[in-house]
Design a protein around this ligand. Sequence first.
Ligand SMILES: [Mg+2]
Length: 301
Amino acid sequence: MTPDSSPDGRLERALACLRGLAVGDALGSQFFVPVNYPLLKRRELPPGPWQWTDDTEMACSVVAVLAAHRRIDQDALAHSFAHHHDFDRGYGPAVNRLLRLVREGGDWRELAAALFDGRGSWGNGAAMRIAPLGAWYADDPEQATHQAEISAYPTHQHREAVVGAMAVSAAAALAAGPGGPPSPEALLDGVIALVPKSAVGAGLRRARDMLDYGDASTVAAVLGCGRRTTAHDTVPFALWSAARSLGDYEQAFWTTAQVGGDVDTTCAIVGGVIAAGKAGTPPASWVEQTEAVPGWVTAVP
Ligand SMILES: [Mg+2]
Protein backbone atom coordinates (compact mmCIF):
# COMPACT_ATOMS: atom_id res chain seq x y z
CA MET A 1 0.00 0.00 0.00
CA THR A 2 1.28 3.47 -0.90
CA PRO A 3 2.11 5.58 2.19
CA ASP A 4 -0.58 8.10 3.13
CA SER A 5 0.44 11.39 1.49
CA SER A 6 -2.15 13.59 3.22
CA PRO A 7 -0.66 16.20 5.61
CA ASP A 8 -2.22 14.36 8.57
CA GLY A 9 -0.81 11.02 7.42
CA ARG A 10 2.63 12.56 6.96
CA LEU A 11 2.55 14.22 10.37
CA GLU A 12 1.43 11.01 12.07
CA ARG A 13 4.40 9.14 10.58
CA ALA A 14 6.84 11.93 11.44
CA LEU A 15 5.63 11.98 15.06
CA ALA A 16 5.90 8.19 15.41
CA CYS A 17 9.43 8.44 14.03
CA LEU A 18 10.24 11.33 16.41
CA ARG A 19 9.15 9.18 19.38
CA GLY A 20 11.47 6.41 18.23
CA LEU A 21 14.29 8.92 17.84
CA ALA A 22 13.62 10.41 21.30
CA VAL A 23 13.60 6.98 22.99
CA GLY A 24 16.91 6.06 21.32
CA ASP A 25 18.46 9.39 22.28
CA ALA A 26 17.15 9.44 25.87
CA LEU A 27 17.90 5.79 26.67
CA GLY A 28 21.20 5.87 24.80
CA SER A 29 22.38 8.90 26.76
CA GLN A 30 21.85 6.99 30.04
CA PHE A 31 24.83 4.84 29.15
CA PHE A 32 27.28 7.74 29.40
CA VAL A 33 26.80 7.39 33.17
CA PRO A 34 29.45 4.92 34.43
CA VAL A 35 27.11 3.36 37.00
CA ASN A 36 24.97 2.12 34.09
CA TYR A 37 27.77 0.37 32.13
CA PRO A 38 27.07 -3.07 33.66
CA LEU A 39 23.38 -2.72 32.75
CA LEU A 40 24.29 -2.14 29.11
CA LYS A 41 26.32 -5.36 29.04
CA ARG A 42 23.31 -7.29 30.41
CA ARG A 43 20.78 -5.41 28.22
CA GLU A 44 18.95 -4.16 31.30
CA LEU A 45 17.16 -0.83 31.48
CA PRO A 46 18.34 1.91 33.86
CA PRO A 47 15.72 3.52 36.10
CA GLY A 48 13.69 6.29 34.44
CA PRO A 49 12.76 8.91 33.63
CA TRP A 50 15.15 9.27 30.71
CA GLN A 51 15.79 12.81 29.47
CA TRP A 52 16.52 13.33 25.82
CA THR A 53 19.33 15.55 24.49
CA ASP A 54 20.10 17.92 21.58
CA ASP A 55 19.30 15.21 19.01
CA THR A 56 15.63 15.19 19.99
CA GLU A 57 15.42 18.93 20.63
CA MET A 58 16.55 19.63 17.07
CA ALA A 59 14.36 16.87 15.61
CA CYS A 60 11.38 18.55 17.31
CA SER A 61 12.17 21.68 15.27
CA VAL A 62 12.31 19.63 12.06
CA VAL A 63 8.83 18.23 12.74
CA ALA A 64 7.46 21.62 13.85
CA VAL A 65 8.64 23.22 10.59
CA LEU A 66 7.09 20.40 8.55
CA ALA A 67 3.82 20.73 10.46
CA ALA A 68 3.71 24.48 9.76
CA HIS A 69 5.23 24.69 6.23
CA ARG A 70 4.81 21.13 4.83
CA ARG A 71 8.42 21.25 3.60
CA ILE A 72 11.78 22.45 4.94
CA ASP A 73 11.93 26.24 5.21
CA GLN A 74 15.55 27.04 6.12
CA ASP A 75 14.85 30.35 7.86
CA ALA A 76 12.01 28.86 9.90
CA LEU A 77 14.21 25.89 10.81
CA ALA A 78 17.16 28.08 11.86
CA HIS A 79 14.82 30.25 13.91
CA SER A 80 13.24 27.23 15.61
CA PHE A 81 16.64 25.69 16.41
CA ALA A 82 17.81 28.98 17.93
CA HIS A 83 14.57 29.78 19.76
CA HIS A 84 14.28 26.33 21.40
CA HIS A 85 18.01 25.89 22.04
CA ASP A 86 18.59 24.67 25.60
CA PHE A 87 22.29 24.91 26.48
CA ASP A 88 22.01 21.97 28.89
CA ARG A 89 20.99 19.43 26.25
CA GLY A 90 24.53 18.50 25.28
CA TYR A 91 25.12 20.50 22.09
CA GLY A 92 28.66 20.79 20.77
CA PRO A 93 30.43 24.10 21.49
CA ALA A 94 30.31 25.35 17.87
CA VAL A 95 26.54 24.84 17.56
CA ASN A 96 25.95 26.31 21.03
CA ARG A 97 27.65 29.51 19.95
CA LEU A 98 26.02 29.54 16.50
CA LEU A 99 22.50 29.20 17.89
CA ARG A 100 23.11 31.89 20.52
CA LEU A 101 24.30 34.31 17.82
CA VAL A 102 21.30 33.47 15.58
CA ARG A 103 19.02 34.10 18.53
CA GLU A 104 20.67 37.49 18.98
CA GLY A 105 19.93 38.40 15.35
CA GLY A 106 22.92 36.92 13.47
CA ASP A 107 22.56 35.54 9.93
CA TRP A 108 22.76 31.73 9.97
CA ARG A 109 24.03 31.70 6.38
CA GLU A 110 27.18 33.61 7.32
CA LEU A 111 27.64 32.02 10.72
CA ALA A 112 27.28 28.39 9.59
CA ALA A 113 29.53 28.99 6.56
CA ALA A 114 32.26 30.50 8.75
CA LEU A 115 32.53 27.56 11.18
CA PHE A 116 35.85 25.67 11.29
CA ASP A 117 37.85 28.22 9.27
CA GLY A 118 35.25 28.40 6.53
CA ARG A 119 34.94 24.64 5.96
CA GLY A 120 31.63 24.38 7.80
CA SER A 121 30.85 21.73 10.40
CA TRP A 122 31.10 18.07 9.41
CA GLY A 123 29.62 16.95 12.73
CA ASN A 124 26.83 14.40 12.93
CA GLY A 125 24.27 17.00 14.08
CA ALA A 126 22.46 17.38 10.76
CA ALA A 127 22.04 13.59 10.52
CA MET A 128 20.99 12.97 14.12
CA ARG A 129 17.83 15.10 13.85
CA ILE A 130 16.55 14.23 10.40
CA ALA A 131 14.84 10.81 10.41
CA PRO A 132 11.32 12.34 10.85
CA LEU A 133 11.79 14.17 7.54
CA GLY A 134 12.26 10.81 5.82
CA ALA A 135 9.13 9.47 7.50
CA TRP A 136 7.23 12.56 6.27
CA TYR A 137 8.34 11.82 2.67
CA ALA A 138 7.84 8.03 2.83
CA ASP A 139 6.07 8.24 -0.55
CA ASP A 140 9.03 10.00 -2.20
CA PRO A 141 12.57 9.00 -1.04
CA GLU A 142 14.16 11.37 -3.58
CA GLN A 143 12.33 14.32 -2.09
CA ALA A 144 13.26 13.08 1.41
CA THR A 145 16.91 13.21 0.35
CA HIS A 146 16.63 16.61 -1.34
CA GLN A 147 14.82 18.22 1.59
CA ALA A 148 17.41 16.76 3.98
CA GLU A 149 20.16 18.46 1.99
CA ILE A 150 18.37 21.79 2.44
CA SER A 151 17.78 21.11 6.14
CA ALA A 152 21.47 20.68 6.96
CA TYR A 153 22.69 24.15 5.92
CA PRO A 154 21.41 26.28 8.82
CA THR A 155 23.99 24.55 11.04
CA HIS A 156 26.15 22.15 8.98
CA GLN A 157 27.59 23.19 5.62
CA HIS A 158 30.44 20.70 5.11
CA ARG A 159 29.61 18.17 2.39
CA GLU A 160 30.00 15.19 4.75
CA ALA A 161 27.50 16.56 7.26
CA VAL A 162 25.04 17.34 4.47
CA VAL A 163 25.37 13.89 2.89
CA GLY A 164 25.03 12.30 6.34
CA ALA A 165 21.65 14.00 6.73
CA MET A 166 20.62 12.97 3.21
CA ALA A 167 21.51 9.34 3.94
CA VAL A 168 19.56 9.14 7.19
CA SER A 169 16.49 10.80 5.69
CA ALA A 170 16.63 8.48 2.68
CA ALA A 171 16.90 5.48 5.00
CA ALA A 172 13.87 6.57 7.04
CA ALA A 173 11.82 7.14 3.88
CA LEU A 174 12.73 3.70 2.53
CA ALA A 175 12.05 2.05 5.91
CA ALA A 176 8.59 3.68 5.94
CA GLY A 177 7.83 2.81 2.33
CA PRO A 178 5.15 0.45 1.00
CA GLY A 179 5.27 -3.30 1.57
CA GLY A 180 6.78 -3.46 5.06
CA PRO A 181 10.45 -3.21 6.01
CA PRO A 182 12.91 -3.68 3.11
CA SER A 183 15.69 -6.27 3.33
CA PRO A 184 18.98 -4.99 4.80
CA GLU A 185 20.54 -5.12 1.32
CA ALA A 186 17.63 -3.24 -0.28
CA LEU A 187 17.76 -0.52 2.37
CA LEU A 188 21.47 0.20 1.98
CA ASP A 189 21.40 -0.14 -1.82
CA GLY A 190 18.52 2.33 -1.90
CA VAL A 191 20.36 4.85 0.29
CA ILE A 192 23.64 4.47 -1.64
CA ALA A 193 21.80 5.20 -4.89
CA LEU A 194 20.38 8.44 -3.47
CA VAL A 195 23.50 10.08 -2.00
CA PRO A 196 26.39 11.80 -3.83
CA LYS A 197 30.05 10.73 -3.75
CA SER A 198 31.53 11.38 -0.32
CA ALA A 199 33.22 9.73 2.64
CA VAL A 200 29.73 9.02 4.00
CA GLY A 201 28.85 7.32 0.70
CA ALA A 202 32.09 5.30 0.78
CA GLY A 203 31.31 4.28 4.36
CA LEU A 204 27.84 3.17 3.32
CA ARG A 205 29.31 0.96 0.60
CA ARG A 206 31.63 -0.63 3.18
CA ALA A 207 28.63 -1.08 5.47
CA ARG A 208 26.80 -2.82 2.61
CA ASP A 209 29.75 -5.19 2.19
CA MET A 210 29.65 -6.01 5.91
CA LEU A 211 25.95 -6.86 6.25
CA ASP A 212 26.75 -10.53 6.86
CA TYR A 213 29.15 -9.80 9.73
CA GLY A 214 27.69 -11.18 12.96
CA ASP A 215 29.67 -9.03 15.36
CA ALA A 216 28.62 -5.38 15.56
CA SER A 217 31.73 -4.32 17.47
CA THR A 218 33.94 -5.50 14.59
CA VAL A 219 31.82 -3.50 12.16
CA ALA A 220 31.93 -0.45 14.43
CA ALA A 221 35.72 -0.76 14.68
CA VAL A 222 35.92 -0.56 10.88
CA LEU A 223 33.20 2.00 10.14
CA GLY A 224 33.40 4.10 13.34
CA CYS A 225 30.58 4.65 15.80
CA GLY A 226 30.65 8.37 16.41
CA ARG A 227 33.68 8.67 18.68
CA ARG A 228 34.84 11.60 16.56
CA THR A 229 31.24 12.91 16.27
CA THR A 230 31.67 13.40 12.52
CA ALA A 231 28.99 12.45 10.01
CA HIS A 232 31.22 9.90 8.25
CA ASP A 233 32.27 8.35 11.59
CA THR A 234 28.60 8.00 12.63
CA VAL A 235 26.14 7.45 9.79
CA PRO A 236 27.51 4.32 8.04
CA PHE A 237 27.50 2.23 11.23
CA ALA A 238 24.11 3.59 12.36
CA LEU A 239 22.52 2.65 9.03
CA TRP A 240 24.26 -0.76 9.06
CA SER A 241 22.69 -1.39 12.46
CA ALA A 242 19.27 -0.08 11.43
CA ALA A 243 19.28 -2.09 8.19
CA ARG A 244 19.95 -5.33 10.08
CA SER A 245 17.07 -4.89 12.56
CA LEU A 246 14.24 -3.17 10.67
CA GLY A 247 11.02 -4.09 12.46
CA ASP A 248 12.76 -4.90 15.77
CA TYR A 249 13.33 -1.74 17.81
CA GLU A 250 14.76 -3.45 20.92
CA GLN A 251 17.31 -5.51 19.01
CA ALA A 252 18.36 -2.44 16.99
CA PHE A 253 18.78 -0.35 20.13
CA TRP A 254 20.90 -2.81 22.11
CA THR A 255 23.11 -3.72 19.15
CA THR A 256 23.79 -0.04 18.53
CA ALA A 257 24.28 1.00 22.16
CA GLN A 258 26.58 -1.88 23.08
CA VAL A 259 29.35 -0.86 20.70
CA GLY A 260 29.73 2.51 22.48
CA GLY A 261 30.83 5.73 20.81
CA ASP A 262 28.38 8.64 20.44
CA VAL A 263 25.61 6.44 21.82
CA ASP A 264 22.79 8.98 22.14
CA THR A 265 23.30 10.02 18.52
CA THR A 266 23.77 6.57 16.98
CA CYS A 267 20.71 5.37 18.92
CA ALA A 268 18.71 8.47 17.91
CA ILE A 269 19.47 7.78 14.24
CA VAL A 270 18.75 4.07 14.52
CA GLY A 271 15.63 4.62 16.66
CA GLY A 272 14.29 7.15 14.16
CA VAL A 273 14.89 4.97 11.11
CA ILE A 274 13.41 1.86 12.76
CA ALA A 275 10.35 3.75 14.08
CA ALA A 276 9.72 5.33 10.66
CA GLY A 277 8.42 1.91 9.62
CA LYS A 278 5.07 0.71 10.95
CA ALA A 279 6.63 -2.45 12.40
CA GLY A 280 9.35 -0.56 14.31
CA THR A 281 7.48 0.98 17.24
CA PRO A 282 9.55 1.12 20.45
CA PRO A 283 8.21 -0.87 23.44
CA ALA A 284 5.44 1.06 25.24
CA SER A 285 7.28 0.79 28.57
CA TRP A 286 10.32 2.48 26.98
CA VAL A 287 8.18 5.30 25.62
CA GLU A 288 6.66 5.78 29.10
CA GLN A 289 10.11 6.20 30.70
CA THR A 290 11.18 8.74 28.07
CA GLU A 291 10.62 12.46 28.58
CA ALA A 292 7.60 13.53 26.52
CA VAL A 293 7.99 15.46 23.30
CA PRO A 294 7.11 19.14 23.91
CA GLY A 295 3.71 20.51 22.89
CA TRP A 296 5.16 23.18 20.60
CA VAL A 297 6.03 20.55 18.00
CA THR A 298 2.46 20.34 16.76
CA ALA A 299 1.24 23.78 17.87
CA VAL A 300 1.03 25.07 14.28
CA PRO A 301 0.85 28.89 14.36
MG1 LIG B 1 22.92 14.31 22.03
